[in-house]
Design a protein around this ligand. Structure first.
Ligand code: LLP
Length: 436
């Protein structure tokens, strides 16, 4: 479900007209739907109802405090990968005791902070990291709760940059090495074994890789439960989304009749639950899931305005005011994002389509949002919505080309609030030191 719909030809987020939001806060602008995020959370929660489970939202997908607060209120725990993310969760009113701390390269400072705050578990990715956590905990006279990250060596059939669960990846510990590392952990005085974790990749659009990873790790979970009394099995995140287009109601019907096929597959929360719940239930242990994209991906859009239409002998370009520095996913992963006009043209006009590249102002040919995309005619000054930009959008933004970070807004029902101010040029140089 998502809450981006045309009403009388005007693209709305819940009950708010997006063109008005753009007028109010300027562009480029990320806009998120609180209702969509909560709907996704509730549906996942319901799908896992037969399990003793905790949904630990993967903060890296979108860490704006307003979103963390929303999810904390809904009952979520958090999957964090840095001291900064833990700091944010606490600042948003989240409970450190519901946080799992993942990542292959935790620093001493981060480990100390997480120990002081009392995180639920450190998800440990190597024996050297385990030793380091033991030493740091010993210096503090504390015991660190840990889960080892298992690398089940399954192919999640996703983009190679976001595939993490096979042997060549830097992540986790191979299944045949895992028992020995647990034995070492059991001998460490400042380590408490509390669980086992895995995460095989992101934007996975079929249930099968999840099921086969669970099948491979389940016998180990059973042994760890009887040997060390572990409390949980975290199966990671990675549920893929369909990179959706805005839905029609009334005019702007063009998108239904002629829109390009949605990227992604028909993977649904039901398929996911049917594949994973029965085998997990048999384990009789608390299950943690770490979804990021599933909760927030289709809950956000990036609004951008067309600066110029440039026609060359070869091609037509719409040059928009957002760039790869604002949303890098198309450039980095060749990912598909639906792009729709915020004002659907009158039916006759809308039927005139064109092939166009939607590009940003950054000085790189990789600065594009769509190539040779068939769209209704786009004009200078038009406001466009780049769909499904709620996850790994703002989070991966940079100041490249000295472009300030965009603003972010959150819609709930008929209300919209600014949840991050747009950076200014002064912000860009703040903290820089000119002289030697
Ligand atoms: N747990 C762990 C240990 C992870 O590394 C990740 C994501 C997640 C959970 C959440 O995965 P999700 O449910 O969101 O798929 N920037 C890329 C995605 C990178 C994902 C990194 N790890 C993108 O824009 O597609």
């Amino acid at each position: 479900m998502h809450s981006f719909r045309y009403r009388d030809g005007k693209l709305h987020c819940e009950d708010v007209d997006l063109a008005r939001v753009a007028e109010k806060f300027g562009t480029p602008l990320y806009v998120y739907s609180a209702g969509t995020i909560l709907d996704h959370y509730t549906r996942l929660d319901a799908a896992l109802a037969l399990l003793d489970h905790v949904i630990c939202y993967a903060v890296k997908a979108n860490s704006n405090r307003a979103i963390l607060k929303l999810l904390a209120h809904a009952g979520a725990g958090f999957d964090i990968v840095s001291g900064g993310e833990l700091y944010r969760v606490i600042a948003a009113g989240g409970d450190p005791a519901r946080c799992t701390f993942a990542g292959v390269g935790k620093s001493r400072e981060e480990i100390e902070f997480a120990l002081e705050q009392g995180v639920y578990s450190f998800n440990v990715e190597s024996e050297v990291e385990l030793e380091s956590i033991d030493r740091i905990a010993s210096a503090k006279n504390l015991r660190a709760p840990i889960a080892l990250r298992a690398n089940p060596d399954v192919d999640p059939h996703t983009h190679e940059y976001v595939s993490t669960g096979s042997r060549e990846n830097k992540f986790g510990i191979a299944l045949d090495e895992l028992p020995a590392v647990y034995e070492r952990a059991a001998k460490m005085l400042n380590i408490e074994i509390v669980g086992v974790q895995m995460h095989i990749g992101s934007q996975i659009t079929e249930a099968e890789p999840f099921a086969s990873a669970i099948k491979k790790v389940a016998p180990i979970v059973r042994k760890l439960k009887s040997k060390y009394g572990i409390k949980f099995f975290s199966i990671g995140g990675g549920m893929g989304i369909i990179y959706l287009r805005a839905l029609e109601s009334g005019s702007g019907k063009w998108w239904h009749d002629h829109g390009p096929a949605c990227a992604g597959s028909a993977f649904s929360i039901r398929d996911y639950a049917e594949a994973i719940v029965p085998p997990l239930r048999e384990l009789g242990i608390r299950i943690l899931v770490e979804p990021g994209r599933f909760l927030v991906g289709n809950a956000g859009v990036l609004l951008t305005r067309v600066h110029y239409i440039k026609q060359t002998a070869e091609k037509k370009f719409a040059i928009v005011d957002a760039g790869m520095n604002d949303l890098i996913r198309p450039a980095l992963y060749q990912s598909y994002h639906e792009i729709v006009p915020c004002r659907a043209s009158a039916a006759a006009d809308a039927k005139r389509t064109q092939e166009i590249d939607i590009v940003g102002p950054v000085c790189e040919s990789g600065d594009f949002f769509a190539l040779d995309r068939e769209m209704p005619e786009v004009h200078e000054g038009d406001l466009l919505a780049i769909m499904s930009a709620g996850a790994y959008g703002f989070m991966m933004a940079s100041n490249y080309n000295s472009r300030p970070f965009p603003a972010e807004a959150l819609v709930h029902g008929d209300k919209v609030s600014l949840i991050r101010e747009r950076q200014t040029w002064e912000d860009l140089v703040r903290g820089e030191i000119e002289s030697l």
